[in-house]
Design a protein around this ligand. Structure first.
Ligand SMILES: Cc1ncc(COP(=O)(O)O)c(C=O)c1O
Length: 432
């Protein structure tokens, strides 16, 4: 497929102002552009004209969107904030509000080093668009193991990339040597996917580990590699222990090096307890971002949104915007985070009591923690026993059991752990 002149113009800007970013894009990423000149552009130009026959929605004679009262009556927002299409980049006010939130939540973030967030149809969509823009068939994506199981569908099945894993942990902390060695074995374009707080383990780097990760990535860029760091910040902010680095790694990476492209993937699902609203964001940070490069990145991202879901849900964006403007949200967030922290502390202390059948993996944040079963114990047998005989559901992953304390009341924790201990002990008698 020849590259369209619109995409060529964007690529020429990157070539002149940020060649390493151009080199980092996938074939699709190089081809994509936002169709400012097409129907969308012509519609924008006609906005406010006395007769406007451009808009692809139906409006009444008063100019308001036609709609069904049965929908409008259930939502306390004006029809104009619900029914029309949202812009391809997302609602401008929401993008600014999320930008302000990024700065508030990440005080060391250097404001001019990153783009405005582009709105997507949820975090999974943001992850997919990052794949669209940066991965070609056959590329390796370096990712610590264990990781969220959907990365396989997202990157391997959809974009033909390969997840190249290294163990997340070395002893009781992040596997810094594993990261360094794995990067060294992938010279050139390196795509690294980091998810903290991690699903499934609930681990986030400690302050010194965050600094060391940054040092390793800088070393790699200084050695001539281009490092695309996809930061899956789905569980951002849910930090339960003091020694965890409390900001996103984006703070440390966004202005680090011309050849380090930090891609922040976040959204309201977990951060704002609104999983089903399906609003995600993609924000880019790198040294040497110029206004034009920002525009190219935002255009290509919105172009990929346009090519996949056209635009994200207007109603959800309006709801999220209202909640970001409402002072009661901060109180609710604090309340919920405290609740999760109490459950985490309780569950962790119960699982720290030693067992011959499992050990608790390092954890300090997020929704989950994991226990690793002793060699020979069949994890799925434990899961089935728990389901069938103890009325208890957990997730079995390889040799791990993932426990979502996010969804278990503190009052059930003791019973939950008793059940796990008993099921493990029974399964151990079948150990091979
Ligand atoms: C690590 C991680 N990333 C991304 C997501 C996707 O979030 P969403 O369901 O909001 O798309 C999840 C959801 O469980 C997750 O655990």
């Amino acid at each position: 497929m020849p590259i369209s002149p619109y995409a060529s113009t964007l690529n020429d800007i990157l070539n002149a102002e940020h060649p390493s970013l151009l080199a980092a894009l996938s074939k699709r990423g190089k081809s994509i552009y936002f169709p400012h000149a097409g129907i969308l552009g012509q519609t924008a130009e006609a906005k406010g004209k006395s007769i406007n026959a451009t808009i692809g929605i139906a409006v009444g004679d008063d100019g308001a969107p036609l709609h069904l009262s049965s929908i409008a009556n259930t939502i306390a927002l004006p029809p104009a904030s619900i029914f029309p299409y949202a812009p391809g980049f997302g609602l401008a006010a929401l993008r600014s509000a999320w930008f302000a939130e990024l700065v508030r939540k990440n005080p060391s973030l250097f404001a001019s080093s990153f783009t405005l967030p582009v709105v997507t149809g949820g975090l999974t969509h943001s992850l997919s668009i990052a794949g669209y823009l940066f991965t070609d068939e056959g590329d390796d994506i370096i990712v610590p193991e264990p990781h969220w199981d959907n990365y396989g569908l997202l990157y391997e099945q959809t974009y033909g990339a390969t997840l190249s894993t290294f163990p997340l942990f070395a002893k009781d902390g992040f596997n810094l040597d594993g990261l360094r060695e794995h990067l060294r074995s992938h010279s050139g374009k390196q795509i690294l996917l980091l998810n903290f707080p991690n699903n499934p383990t609930g681990y986030s780097p400690l302050r010194f580990e965050a600094d060391d990760i940054v040092m390793i990535l800088r070393e790699s860029a200084e050695a001539g590699n281009t490092v695309i760091v996809l930061l899956d910040d789905a569980y951002f902010g849910l930090v339960h222990d003091e020694d965890v680095y409390p900001e996103s790694l984006f703070s440390l990476l966004a202005n680090l090096h011309e050849r380090i492209i930090a891609v922040k993937i976040d959204g309201c699902s977990k951060e704002d307890y609104a999983w089903g609203l399906r609003v995600g964001f993609l924000t880019y940070g790198m040294k040497g971002l110029t206004k034009d490069v920002v525009r190219v990145l935002e255009d290509k991202t919105a172009g990929a949104v346009r090519a996949t879901v056209s635009n994200a849900c207007h109603l959800s964006q309006s709801l999220l915007l209202a909640s970001l403007r409402d002072p009661s949200s901060a109180r609710d967030r604090t309340h919920h985070a405290d609740l999760l922290r109490r459950r985490y502390k309780k569950l962790k202390s119960l699982l720290e009591e030693s067992s011959p059948n499992f050990r608790l993996l390092p954890c300090n944040s997020g929704y989950f923690l994991c226990v690793e079963l002793a060699d020979g114990i069949d994890v799925d047998r434990v899961r089935r026993l728990l389901l069938d005989e103890y009325g208890t559901g957990v997730i079995a992953l390889g040799s791990l059991i993932r426990i979502a304390f996010s969804s278990v009341p503190e009052s059930n924790m003791e019973q939950l752990v008793r059940n796990i201990r008993e099921a493990c002990s029974r399964a151990s008698s079948f150990a091979s």
